[in-house]
Design a protein around this ligand. Structure first.
Ligand SMILES: [Mn+2]
Length: 425
């Protein structure tokens, strides 16, 4: 057994590894992360996770529900540390897994992966308490500076295979199975189906007039250039689907960023700035407003449905997945499914009473598993004005949410001593 495997076993048991090993681990992690772009490309299938916040036992529950690394391909959208009592064990385990299985786990940066924020919200104090000095905190913060800012999931399938009958098919479903194909499915931690939604079969759309997806074969083949620069899984022939890419980011969009390529131009290897594009990606929130708004957080912006629809359209995205906001149901889709919040810390701060969720995206095998990539299509009808046509043009991925509660037999002690008024941070 290698030192790394031993460290993984030790951390899984919620026992810390020696400081010298943390230093070495952080060095190796940085060497790996420095090679990643600001926006990491990840092939489906992948399981997308939101905030963890040092809730180690719940992270173990997440792995129990979602499968272990490397069997399951994971994408964590940041906020690994602060708030919970086990930020060190949680982050160091994820980092070990990253170094051990670099292609099976992707870590992107949250607003809490920052020197300033961790000094206030618990991680710094935890490092001092558990290691007796700030050394380990410093090593971790150096890793934070190298975490990617986002990820682009490619090759996700628009089809979702049913996991079984739902308890309440007639009342919960928006339609019967006959009327459309499965679009989302919500499962509990036992794998029982709680809810399903169906999408309408593509009917004669305005720009096509047939039951096949609007994108023709010639349009599809035009899109095979520029590998790796952008978006979208490729479609096959008859009943093929073209699923747009899924952008994953901790917070949300920025008024300074109108294309995914612009995220790639940021110099990310620094402390999270107080303003600017990098700050916004980690701090912003979607909201029921028009355009952009000021954020009550004091960093980042609020952005409305028109911003999301415009950005997704321009960048060939079918979905933005983000974390950053506590949602009681574990996940929340907004703006006609254009953006979803995924929250993976159940009973947040050991007192909020929420459930957690992870989002599974399946692999599109309709084209032999081949993913065609492109970065833009300027030949489409305006998706902002004709939302339904756009939705049929670029199909959304099938989404399976697994919802779970806080780990049983919780040995985590009492809730945080100081009242946590600002959960939204
Ligand atoms: Mn956050």
């Amino acid at each position: 057994m290698s030192d790394l495997d031993r460290a993984i076993a030790q951390l899984r048991a919620c026992r810390l590894i020696p400081e010298a090993q943390v230093r070495e681990l952080c060095y190796k992690a940085r060497e790996l992360l420095i090679e990643e772009g600001n926006v990491v490309c990840v092939d489906a299938p992948v399981t997308i996770c939101g905030d963890i916040h040092g809730q180690f036992h719940d992270l173990m529950e997440l792995f129990r529900v979602g499968g272990d690394v490397p069997d399951t391909n994971y994408l964590f959208m940041g906020d690994f540390v602060d708030r919970g009592f086990y930020s060190l064990e949680s982050f160091l385990l994820l980092l070990c897994l990253k170094v051990r299985y670099p292609d099976r786990i992707t870590l992107i940066r949250g607003n809490h992966e920052s020197r300033q924020i961790t000094t206030v919200y618990g991680f710094y104090d935890e490092c001092i308490r558990k290691y007796g000095s700030a050394n380990v905190w410093r090593y971790c913060c150096e890793v934070f500076d190298y975490l990617a800012l986002g990820a682009l999931v490619l090759g996700a399938s628009s089809d979702l295979e049913s996991s079984g009958p739902s308890y309440n098919d007639t009342t919960q479903s928006t339609m019967s199975t006959e009327d459309g194909e499965l679009e989302t499915e919500v499962l509990n931690s036992k794998g029982e189906v709680l809810m399903k939604t169906y999408k309408q079969r593509p009917r004669s759309s305005l720009d096509n007039g047939s039951t096949s997806p609007p994108r023709t074969q010639s349009q599809t083949s035009m899109r095979t250039g520029a590998p790796g620069t952008g978006a979208s899984g490729g479609g096959g022939s008859n009943n093929s689907s073209r699923t747009g890419a899924v952008l994953c980011v901790h917070g949300g969009l920025s008024p300074l960023i109108d294309t995914v390529d612009k995220i790639r131009l940021i110099d990310r290897k620094q402390e999270v700035p107080h303003e600017g594009a990098m700050c916004d990606l980690l701090w912003s929130d979607p909201d029921e407003i028009d355009g952009w708004g000021l954020s009550p957080r004091g960093a980042g912006f609020l952005f409305g449905a028109d911003i999301v629809k415009g950005f997704n359209y321009k960048n060939d995205l079918s979905l933005i997945a983000r974390a950053h906001q506590l949602v009681m149901e574990g996940y929340k889709e907004m703006f006609d499914g254009g953006i979803v919040t995924v929250w993976s810390a159940p009973n947040y701060c050991y007192r909020c009473g929420n459930v957690a969720a992870i989002l599974e995206l399946g692999e599109d095998t309709s084209n032999g598993g081949t993913v065609t990539r492109s970065n833009g299509d300027y030949n489409r009808s305006n998706g902002i004005l004709t939302g339904t046509v756009n939705k049929q043009t670029l199909r959304s991925p099938g989404r399976r949410y697994r919802v779970f509660e806080a780990a049983a037999q919780d040995t985590r002690g009492m809730p945080a001593k100081k009242p946590v008024a600002d959960y939204f941070l």
